[in-house]
Write a protein that binds this ligand. Structure first.
Ligand code: ADP
Ligand code: MG
Length: 253
């Protein structure tokens, strides 16, 4: 049996520079995985490769998702399969309200999956539950997409958009960095809203604070393009205390 998401011995280049050096990782439905590592260790490269960013070239290894070869899929196909990267680069769409945009996006996704579109009433219900959980006000829902939001508000909106779209596999890349404690709480609330037996989450961070609010199934440490150690939440505490040097020694770097 192959895993739901299976990354095997993945090597990735940007130009002629090798950035990932043999990453292997399996994620099953229902699981929350955390990848920690210093700046420049290759965390964002991994999330970019999963989403199909064409700047990154896979030179060796494989990724399967739901039994299919992910590396053969276009960015759109991956999105339809339910892979969603939070905090890529939000687009501002003038004049279109958040609600209109979300209804369109959710129904496009449902259609692609062969599901009936949600009518106005069911859609409102779907939105209200998630807005409430993430502290989104009615006034914020009326504003145009990604315009006129402060830094904190816009992070909150991105997590909300993700929660409305209900991706199967959600990658949060450093959504908790460079912001205040509030942002960490929003990130955690987003993950907890999303958590379900059918879905999985990958949290990429170099900050262990988010782990105080989310109980991950596994924590992995990335050093120089390789996952050098895996364990539970206790790994984050070890990193907090003694940093990454110990893992570099283990890798022989
Ligand atoms: P992290 O997210 O762990 O901070 P990244 O995956 O962003 O690490 O980067 C890993 C290494 O790959 C860094 O040395 C970075 O400079 C390089 N890198 C990543 N993306 C690109 C890119 N698009 N072009 C050139 N170099 C890149
Ligand atoms: Mg990064």
């Amino acid at each position: 049996m192959t895993a739901w998401l299976e990354i095997k011995d993945l090597y990735v280049n940007v130009g002629d520079k090798t950035i990932l050096n043999g990453v292997s990782l399996t994620v099953e439905q229902g699981e929350v995985h955390v990848i920690m590592g210093q700046n420049g260790s290759g965390k964002s490269t991994l999330s970019n490769v999963l989403c199909g960013n064409p700047h990154y070239t896979v030179t060796r290894g494989s990724i399967t998702f739901k039994g299919k070869n992910l590396l053969e899929m276009s960015v759109d196909e991956r999105a339809r399969e339910g892979i969603f990267l939070v905090f890529q680069s939000p687009v501002a769409i003038a004049g279109v309200s958040v609600m209109t945009f979300m209804k369109y996006a959710l129904n496009a996704k449902r259609k692609a999956a062969g599901l009936p579109e949600l009518d106005a009433v069911s859609f409102m219900k779907h939105v209200k539950v998630r807005a409430k959980a993430l502290g989104i006000t009615d006034e914020m829902l009326k504003r145009p997409v990604n315009t006129g939001f402060s830094g904190g508000e816009s992070k909150r909106m991105e997590v909300f958009q993700m929660a409305v779209l209900e991706p199967d596999f959600m990658i949060l890349d450093e959504m908790d960095s460079g912001l205040d404690v509030d942002a960490v709480k929003i990130a955690a609330a987003g993950v907890n809203v999303m958590r379900s037996p059918e879905k999985a989450v990958m949290i990429i961070t170099h900050n262990s604070r988010v782990l105080e609010l989310i109980k991950p199934d596994a924590v992995h440490v990335m050093v120089q393009g390789r996952l050098v150690q895996s364990g539970g939440a206790e790994l984050a505490q070890i990193i907090d205390k003694s940093g990454y040097a110990q893992f570099m020694a283990e890798k022989g770097a």
